[in-house]
Design a protein around this ligand. Sequence first.
Ligand code: COA
Length: 156
Amino acid sequence: MNYSQIQFCDRQSKIDLYQLQELLNISAFWAKGRSVEDLGIAIANSDPVISVWDNEKLIGFARATSDGIYRATIWDVVIHPDYRGTGLGTKLVEIVLSHPRMKMVERVYLMTTHQQGFYEKIGFQANTSTTMVLCNQSNLNSLSTAEIQLQETLGG
Ligand SMILES: CC(C)(COP(=O)(O)OP(=O)(O)OC[C@H]1O[C@@H](n2cnc3c(N)ncnc32)[C@H](O)[C@@H]1OP(=O)(O)O)[C@@H](O)C(=O)NCCC(=O)NCCS
């Protein structure tokens, strides 16, 4: 395969949400069936958003959320199955890490089920002791605006 035409892009506006939906459906077990609308929300609230292109075909994607200095998390790292094993995944993660929103950050987190070896080669370490998860926010969502204002007044 000729990789000379492969390009990395850090513009959110470049993302074709329909191509991204298809790429995630074939490449990412955790992100199958996501709607185009919800993907648009996720992208709008992520920075950096890095895409990988073979001419006009989206063949890779990763995004992160970051406070710019203390903590950041990388999400949805994928390379199309036809393009794996040639270093594109490593370069994709390195571009995310070197982005201005990421490069000052003290700790960069990610969650992975099967790809620990891939990330260890980039420099990540296993971290089993500090992670917790809340799977839905229905309790928070049911708080009324008045209750939230009261809790803020009380310093809660
Ligand atoms: C993980 C993924 C992004 C890697 O992309 P890639 O382009 O194949 O990665 P690279 O070619 O840069 O691989 C870099 C190195 O990691 C190795 N590697 C890749 N996956 C690995 C794994 N699961 N375990 C151990 N090593 C792995 C490669 O063999 C290569 O080693 P080398 O430098 O000694 O040759 C790609 O396999 C993918 O999209 N997988 C499905 C989605 C996924 O699981 N994403 C991660 C979610 S957290």
